[in-house]
Design a protein around this ligand. Structure first.
Ligand SMILES: Nc1nc2c(ncn2[C@@H]2O[C@H](COP(=O)(O)OP(=O)(O)OP(=O)(O)O)[C@@H](O)[C@H]2O)c(=O)[nH]1
Ligand SMILES: [Mg+2]
Length: 226
Protein backbone atom coordinates (compact mmCIF):
# COMPACT_ATOMS: atom_id res chain seq x y z
CA UNK A 1 0.00 0.00 0.00
CA UNK A 2 1.40 3.41 -1.01
CA UNK A 3 1.23 6.03 1.74
CA UNK A 4 1.40 9.77 1.07
CA UNK A 5 0.94 12.18 3.96
CA UNK A 6 -0.41 15.68 3.46
CA UNK A 7 2.63 17.24 5.16
CA UNK A 8 4.90 15.82 2.44
CA UNK A 9 3.50 18.51 0.17
CA UNK A 10 2.38 21.16 2.66
CA UNK A 11 4.07 24.52 2.24
CA UNK A 12 5.65 26.15 5.25
CA UNK A 13 7.41 29.45 4.96
CA UNK A 14 9.50 31.42 7.38
CA UNK A 15 8.72 35.14 7.18
CA UNK A 16 10.66 37.86 9.01
CA UNK A 17 8.99 41.12 10.01
CA UNK A 18 11.56 43.91 10.10
CA UNK A 19 11.66 47.66 10.66
CA UNK A 20 12.66 50.22 13.28
CA UNK A 21 11.61 49.91 16.91
CA UNK A 22 8.05 51.00 17.65
CA UNK A 23 6.69 50.90 14.08
CA UNK A 24 4.17 48.22 15.05
CA UNK A 25 5.67 44.88 13.98
CA UNK A 26 4.49 43.02 17.07
CA UNK A 27 1.08 44.68 16.84
CA UNK A 28 0.74 43.66 13.18
CA UNK A 29 1.60 40.01 13.89
CA UNK A 30 -0.63 39.81 16.99
CA UNK A 31 -3.54 41.38 15.14
CA UNK A 32 -3.14 38.92 12.26
CA UNK A 33 -2.57 35.75 14.30
CA UNK A 34 -4.59 36.41 17.46
CA UNK A 35 -6.99 39.25 16.55
CA UNK A 36 -5.47 41.14 19.45
CA UNK A 37 -3.98 44.63 19.52
CA UNK A 38 -1.52 45.39 22.34
CA UNK A 39 -2.00 49.09 23.25
CA UNK A 40 1.02 49.21 25.50
CA UNK A 41 4.46 49.34 23.89
CA UNK A 42 6.71 46.56 25.11
CA UNK A 43 9.77 46.42 22.89
CA UNK A 44 10.55 42.99 21.52
CA UNK A 45 13.75 41.55 22.91
CA UNK A 46 15.57 39.40 20.37
CA UNK A 47 12.83 37.60 18.47
CA UNK A 48 9.34 36.22 18.99
CA UNK A 49 7.42 33.75 16.90
CA UNK A 50 3.81 33.06 15.84
CA UNK A 51 2.30 31.03 13.03
CA UNK A 52 -0.88 31.05 10.97
CA UNK A 53 -2.30 29.31 7.92
CA UNK A 54 -3.22 31.40 4.92
CA UNK A 55 -5.35 30.20 2.03
CA UNK A 56 -4.19 31.62 -1.29
CA UNK A 57 -7.39 31.85 -3.33
CA UNK A 58 -5.78 32.47 -6.70
CA UNK A 59 -3.68 29.33 -6.46
CA UNK A 60 -6.09 27.26 -4.30
CA UNK A 61 -3.29 26.47 -1.88
CA UNK A 62 -2.80 26.57 1.85
CA UNK A 63 0.46 27.94 3.25
CA UNK A 64 1.68 27.90 6.83
CA UNK A 65 3.34 31.22 7.62
CA UNK A 66 5.87 31.11 10.44
CA UNK A 67 6.13 34.74 11.43
CA UNK A 68 9.34 35.83 13.12
CA UNK A 69 8.85 39.06 15.01
CA UNK A 70 12.27 40.70 15.23
CA UNK A 71 13.40 43.49 17.54
CA UNK A 72 13.70 46.84 15.80
CA UNK A 73 15.74 48.59 18.46
CA UNK A 74 19.36 49.02 17.43
CA UNK A 75 20.69 47.42 20.59
CA UNK A 76 19.46 44.02 19.29
CA UNK A 77 20.79 44.39 15.75
CA UNK A 78 23.58 41.87 15.97
CA UNK A 79 21.34 39.19 17.54
CA UNK A 80 18.31 39.51 15.28
CA UNK A 81 20.21 39.40 12.01
CA UNK A 82 21.19 35.78 12.60
CA UNK A 83 17.49 34.89 12.81
CA UNK A 84 16.89 36.00 9.21
CA UNK A 85 18.59 32.91 7.85
CA UNK A 86 16.19 30.54 6.13
CA UNK A 87 13.49 33.20 5.68
CA UNK A 88 11.63 32.99 2.38
CA UNK A 89 9.57 36.11 2.87
CA UNK A 90 9.90 39.49 4.56
CA UNK A 91 7.60 42.31 5.62
CA UNK A 92 9.43 45.64 5.86
CA UNK A 93 7.55 48.08 8.09
CA UNK A 94 7.73 51.79 8.78
CA UNK A 95 5.45 54.08 10.72
CA UNK A 96 3.37 57.00 9.46
CA UNK A 97 4.55 59.12 12.40
CA UNK A 98 8.25 58.20 12.40
CA UNK A 99 10.28 59.67 9.54
CA UNK A 100 13.40 57.90 10.69
CA UNK A 101 11.68 54.53 10.26
CA UNK A 102 10.78 55.49 6.67
CA UNK A 103 14.38 56.48 5.94
CA UNK A 104 15.62 53.16 7.33
CA UNK A 105 13.58 51.02 4.93
CA UNK A 106 16.36 50.51 2.35
CA UNK A 107 18.71 49.58 5.11
CA UNK A 108 16.33 46.89 6.41
CA UNK A 109 15.87 45.51 2.92
CA UNK A 110 19.61 45.28 2.50
CA UNK A 111 20.03 43.52 5.84
CA UNK A 112 17.50 40.87 4.82
CA UNK A 113 19.09 40.45 1.39
CA UNK A 114 22.55 40.07 2.94
CA UNK A 115 21.31 37.00 4.81
CA UNK A 116 18.63 35.60 2.50
CA UNK A 117 19.27 36.94 -1.01
CA UNK A 118 16.33 38.17 -3.10
CA UNK A 119 13.28 36.70 -1.43
CA UNK A 120 9.61 37.79 -1.69
CA UNK A 121 9.08 41.03 0.22
CA UNK A 122 6.36 43.57 0.85
CA UNK A 123 6.55 47.17 2.10
CA UNK A 124 4.14 48.28 4.82
CA UNK A 125 3.28 51.72 6.19
CA UNK A 126 1.60 51.19 9.56
CA UNK A 127 -0.46 53.54 11.78
CA UNK A 128 -2.49 55.18 9.03
CA UNK A 129 -5.02 56.11 11.72
CA UNK A 130 -2.47 58.80 12.67
CA UNK A 131 -2.30 60.47 9.25
CA UNK A 132 -2.80 63.93 10.76
CA UNK A 133 0.54 63.46 12.53
CA UNK A 134 2.24 62.06 9.44
CA UNK A 135 5.93 62.73 8.97
CA UNK A 136 6.04 61.22 5.49
CA UNK A 137 4.28 62.36 2.32
CA UNK A 138 2.25 59.99 0.21
CA UNK A 139 4.28 60.67 -2.96
CA UNK A 140 7.59 59.79 -1.27
CA UNK A 141 6.30 56.52 0.15
CA UNK A 142 5.01 55.53 -3.28
CA UNK A 143 8.28 56.54 -4.92
CA UNK A 144 10.26 54.46 -2.46
CA UNK A 145 8.08 51.40 -3.06
CA UNK A 146 8.52 51.80 -6.79
CA UNK A 147 12.29 52.26 -6.53
CA UNK A 148 12.60 49.14 -4.42
CA UNK A 149 10.23 47.18 -6.67
CA UNK A 150 7.96 46.24 -3.77
CA UNK A 151 4.16 46.07 -3.47
CA UNK A 152 3.12 48.72 -0.94
CA UNK A 153 0.34 48.51 1.67
CA UNK A 154 -0.91 51.30 3.96
CA UNK A 155 -2.25 49.55 7.01
CA UNK A 156 -3.46 50.05 10.53
CA UNK A 157 -2.67 47.25 12.94
CA UNK A 158 -4.81 48.96 15.57
CA UNK A 159 -8.01 48.94 13.47
CA UNK A 160 -7.09 45.79 11.56
CA UNK A 161 -7.02 47.57 8.18
CA UNK A 162 -5.35 45.67 5.32
CA UNK A 163 -3.50 43.41 7.77
CA UNK A 164 -4.72 40.13 6.26
CA UNK A 165 -4.13 41.44 2.74
CA UNK A 166 -0.42 41.91 3.46
CA UNK A 167 0.07 38.29 4.44
CA UNK A 168 -2.20 36.87 1.75
CA UNK A 169 -0.23 38.77 -0.86
CA UNK A 170 3.11 37.64 0.58
CA UNK A 171 1.94 34.01 0.71
CA UNK A 172 0.91 34.15 -2.95
CA UNK A 173 4.15 35.84 -3.95
CA UNK A 174 6.05 33.16 -2.08
CA UNK A 175 4.17 30.31 -3.77
CA UNK A 176 4.83 31.73 -7.21
CA UNK A 177 8.48 32.42 -6.43
CA UNK A 178 8.92 29.00 -4.89
CA UNK A 179 7.64 27.27 -8.01
CA UNK A 180 10.49 28.78 -9.98
CA UNK A 181 13.32 28.68 -7.46
CA UNK A 182 12.64 25.41 -5.66
CA UNK A 183 11.11 23.32 -8.41
CA UNK A 184 13.99 20.91 -8.97
CA UNK A 185 15.14 20.41 -5.35
CA UNK A 186 11.58 19.82 -4.15
CA UNK A 187 10.88 17.31 -6.87
CA UNK A 188 13.97 15.35 -5.94
CA UNK A 189 13.13 15.44 -2.21
CA UNK A 190 9.53 14.39 -2.92
CA UNK A 191 10.61 11.42 -5.00
CA UNK A 192 13.28 10.32 -2.54
CA UNK A 193 10.78 10.51 0.37
CA UNK A 194 8.26 8.46 -1.54
CA UNK A 195 10.84 5.97 -2.67
CA UNK A 196 12.06 5.47 0.91
CA UNK A 197 8.57 5.08 2.31
CA UNK A 198 7.43 2.72 -0.39
CA UNK A 199 10.50 0.65 -1.02
CA UNK A 200 8.45 -2.28 -2.19
CA UNK A 201 6.41 -0.29 -4.66
CA UNK A 202 7.03 -0.73 -8.32
CA UNK A 203 9.28 1.36 -10.52
CA UNK A 204 6.19 2.04 -12.63
CA UNK A 205 4.56 3.81 -9.67
CA UNK A 206 7.67 5.88 -8.94
CA UNK A 207 7.72 7.04 -12.56
CA UNK A 208 4.03 7.90 -12.41
CA UNK A 209 4.62 10.01 -9.27
CA UNK A 210 7.50 11.80 -10.95
CA UNK A 211 5.28 12.68 -13.89
CA UNK A 212 2.46 13.81 -11.57
CA UNK A 213 4.73 16.11 -9.54
CA UNK A 214 6.32 17.57 -12.65
CA UNK A 215 2.93 18.40 -14.16
CA UNK A 216 1.87 20.02 -10.87
CA UNK A 217 4.92 22.26 -10.94
CA UNK A 218 4.53 23.20 -14.60
CA UNK A 219 0.85 24.07 -14.20
CA UNK A 220 1.82 26.69 -11.58
CA UNK A 221 4.59 28.44 -13.50
CA UNK A 222 4.48 32.21 -13.95
CA UNK A 223 6.60 35.37 -14.10
CA UNK A 224 7.55 36.49 -10.55
CA UNK A 225 6.91 40.05 -9.40
CA UNK A 226 10.26 40.36 -7.63
N1 LIG B 1 -2.21 54.44 16.65
C1 LIG B 1 -1.62 53.28 16.36
N2 LIG B 1 -0.71 52.76 17.19
C2 LIG B 1 -0.12 51.59 16.84
C3 LIG B 1 -0.44 50.90 15.65
N3 LIG B 1 0.31 49.78 15.59
C4 LIG B 1 1.06 49.77 16.70
N4 LIG B 1 0.79 50.86 17.46
C5 LIG B 1 1.41 51.19 18.76
O1 LIG B 1 2.79 51.46 18.56
C6 LIG B 1 3.55 51.02 19.68
C7 LIG B 1 4.66 50.10 19.21
O2 LIG B 1 4.11 48.93 18.66
P1 LIG B 1 4.90 47.55 18.61
O3 LIG B 1 4.05 46.62 17.82
O4 LIG B 1 5.32 47.11 19.96
O5 LIG B 1 6.21 47.99 17.80
P2 LIG B 1 7.43 47.06 17.30
O6 LIG B 1 7.71 47.44 15.90
O7 LIG B 1 7.13 45.64 17.57
O8 LIG B 1 8.62 47.59 18.24
P3 LIG B 1 9.98 46.77 18.64
O9 LIG B 1 9.55 45.47 19.25
O10 LIG B 1 10.71 47.65 19.62
O11 LIG B 1 10.79 46.60 17.41
C8 LIG B 1 2.57 50.33 20.64
O12 LIG B 1 2.22 51.24 21.65
C9 LIG B 1 1.36 50.04 19.76
O13 LIG B 1 0.14 50.06 20.50
C10 LIG B 1 -1.44 51.49 14.79
O14 LIG B 1 -1.80 50.97 13.72
N5 LIG B 1 -1.97 52.69 15.19
MG1 LIG C 1 8.02 44.27 18.77
Amino acid sequence: MISMREEDFQREVKVVIVGNGGVGKTSLIRQFCKSHFPEEYKKTIGVDFLEKHVYVKNLCEDVKLMLWDTAGQEEFNSITRSYYRGARGAVICFSTTDRNSFESVENWKQKVEDQCGRIPMVLVQNKVDLLEQASVERYETEALAENLGLRFYRICAKQNLYVTEVFEYLAELYLRWDVQIMQTPRLVIGIVKLALRNRKSSLKFQLRMWLYLTLQQISGSYQPEI
